[in-house]
Design a protein around this ligand. Structure first.
Ligand SMILES: Cc1ncc(COP(=O)(O)O)c(C=O)c1O
Length: 426
C-alpha cells in the first residue's frame, strides 16, 4: 500500500527562473545584486521529468477510498505484502554493496534457479531495483550517450536516463515482434540516431508481460557484444511466468549469456516485498568498483533490517509459498483472458509473465477519445482503476490500457464485471 495514512498533496513544482540577458541561469548570483529582493533557488533542469502515472493514480485511489468509495484497483504492480516484524530495533549501516550473507544467498539463488555460478563479490544489494538502475546507469553511461529501450516500456528507465543527461532512443515495438526489440529494430535505430552505448531489456516486461526466449535474448546479446553496447537486463519479474518452458521456465538470465551485461532484479515482485526496498545487481567485473564508489556516496548502504529478512527468501519453504502466489496470479490472468470476448477490446500483448495485461482498447475508442479518458471515466463512474498506456508508450499508448492482476482473483473478477457493465451502460 502506498501512503496508507491518506493522501498528501505534492506541492506544485517551482517554475524555472528566467534566464539572464547573457544566457546564464538566474540563480544565487542575483541575490547579492538586488538587496531586499529574494530570488528563489532554482530547480535543476535535469529533474524536469514526468511523475510516474501509476503512483499518481494510487494517490487518487487513496483519496477516493478516504471518501468512502469501494475502489477495485488493478493499478499498481503490487503483490500481497509480507508480514511486518513487531518491534522497532536500531540497525546500523551495512557495507555499501550489502551484507556478505545476503550477497552469497543471491549467488546461491542463481545456482538454484539457473545453474549459473555467480561470484558474490559481483553482487550488489540495492534499495529496490530502482536503486540499482540509478547506480547502474551512472556507472555505465555518460551524459550525451545514447541508450535504447523498448516502447511500450517501464517509464522509469526513460525518466531516470533523461534525468542523468542520457539520450533515450525509444524502439517502437508491437505485436509483430511480441513487443520486444530485435536486432533488426536496433540496426534501424542506429541508422537513424547513431551508435548506442546501451540497451535496456525487460523480460517479462512491464506493461506488456511479454518475454524473450533464449534464442531471442541470445540474438540481442550477440548484437550488443559485437558493438560494445552495454546490456542492462531487468529480470525483476523472473519467477512470475506462466509458460512451461522447461529449464527456462523462470526466465532466461542474461548473466548466463553475457558476462558484460548488468543484470538487475528485486525482492519486490516474486517475493512481494515492495515496501522493503530491496533489490540487487549482478555486475561485470569492470563495474564493481565504480558501482561501489557510487553506492557508498549515494545511498551509504542498503537497508539493514530488510537485508536480514531477505535471507529467508531463498529457502525451499519461501519458494513454495511464492510459487503458490504465482499460481493465484495465473488464475487471475485466466479470468482476464477468458473475458476477452466480453471486454470487446483490440489487440493484446502476449501476457507471458509478470502480472500485467496490456491491450489496445480497439472499438472502445469509438466512444472514448483515448485511453486517458477511458481510464478516468472508469475510475470516476465504476470505481475501477486501470492505467492508460501513455506513460509506457508516448506514441501509441493513448490507445491502450494496462491491467495489473496482482490484486488477485476476486478483485479481478469484480473489476471485470464492473468494466463490462460500464461499457454496456455508457
Ligand atoms: C519493470 C520494472 N522494473 C523495475 C521496477 C522497480 O521495482 P523496485 O524498485 O520495487 O524493485 C518495477 C516496478 O514496478 C518494474 O515494473
Amino acid at each position: 500500500m502506498v501512503n496508507p495514512g491518506g493522501p498528501i498533496k505534492t506541492p506544485p513544482s517551482r517554475p524555472l527562473p528566467p534566464r539572464t540577458r547573457n544566457g546564464d541561469d538566474a540563480g544565487g548570483g542575483t541575490r547579492d545584486a538586488l538587496p531586499g529582493v529574494t530570488v528563489p533557488p532554482r530547480v535543476s533542469r535535469r529533474s524536469s521529468i514526468p511523475a510516474f502515472e501509476v503512483m499518481r493514480i494510487t494517490d487518487e485511489i487513496a483519496r477516493r477510498r478516504a471518501g468512502g468509495h469501494d475502489v477495485v484497483s488493478l493499478c499498481a504492480g503490487e503483490p500481497s505484502a509480507r508480514a511486518v516484524p513487531g518491534t522497532l530495533q536500531p540497525a546500523g549501516y551495512t557495507g555499501p554493496l550489502g551484507t556478505a550473507p545476503l550477497r552469497e544467498a543471491v549467488a546461491g539463488h542463481y545456482r538454484q534457479w539457473y545453474g549459473v555460478e555467480v561470484d558474490p563479490a559481483t553482487v550488489a544489494i540495492t534499495t529496490g531495483s530502482s536503486g540499482a538502475f540509478q547506480l547502474a546507469f551512472l556507472a555505465a553511461f555518460d551524459p550525451g550517450d545514447r541508450v535504447a529501450l523498448a516502447s511500450p516500456g517501464y517509464p522509469a528507465y526513460r525518466n531516470i536516463l533523461t534525468a542523468l543527461g542520457v539520450h533515450v532512443i525509444e524502439i517502437q515495438t508491437g505485436p509483430d515482434t511480441r513487443y520486444q526489440p530485435t536486432p533488426e529494430l536496433l540496426d534501424a535505430a542506429v541508422g537513424e540516431h547513431g551508435d548506442l552505448a546501451g540497451l535496456v531489456l525487460a523480460s517479462p516486461a512491464n506493461p506488456t508481460g511479454t518475454m524473450l526466449d533464449r534464442a531471442a535474448l541470445a540474438a540481442l546479446v550477440a548484437w550488443c557484444s559485437l558493438r560494445g553496447v552495454r546490456l542492462v537486463s531487468d529480470e525483476i519479474y523472473h519467477g512470475i511466468t506462466f509458460g512451461d518452458d522447461g529449464q527456462d521456465r523462470r526466465g532466461v538470465t542474461a548473466r548466463e549469456l553475457d558476462r558484460e551485461a548488468i543484470v538487475i532484479n528485486s525482492f519486490s515482485k516474486y517475493w512481494g516485498m515492495t515496501g522493503w526496498r530491496l533489490g540487487w545487481a549482478l555486475l561485470p567485473d569492470s563495474l564493481v568498483a565504480p558501482f561501489e564508489a557510487l553506492a557508498s556516496n549515494f545511498a551509504l548502504s542498503p537497508p539493514a533490517p530488510a537485508q536480514e529478512l531477505a535471507l529467508t527468501a531463498f529457502t525451499d519453504e519461501s519458494y513454495a509459498e511464492r510459487d503458490a502466489i504465482v499460481a493465484g496470479f495465473a488464475r487471475a490472468r485466466k479470468l482476464i483472458l477468458d473475458a476477452e470476448p466480453s471486454l470487446g477490446w483490440g489487440v493484446a500483448a502476449p501476457s507471458d509473465g509478470a502480472f500485467y495485461y496490456y491491450s489496445e482498447l480497439g472499438p472502445q475508442l469509438e466512444r472514448f477519445a483515448d485511453s486517458v479518458e477511458y481510464a478516468r471515466r472508469l475510475l470516476a463512474e465504476a470505481d475501477v482503476a486501470v492505467v492508460p498506456g501513455v506513460d509506457f508508450d508516448p506514441v501509441a499508448g493513448s490507445r491502450a490500457v494496462r491491467l495489473s492482476y496482482a490484486a488477485g482473483e476476486s478483485a479481478v473478477a469484480e473489476a471485470l464485471d464492473r468494466i463490462v457493465r460500464f461499457q454496456n451502460d455508457g
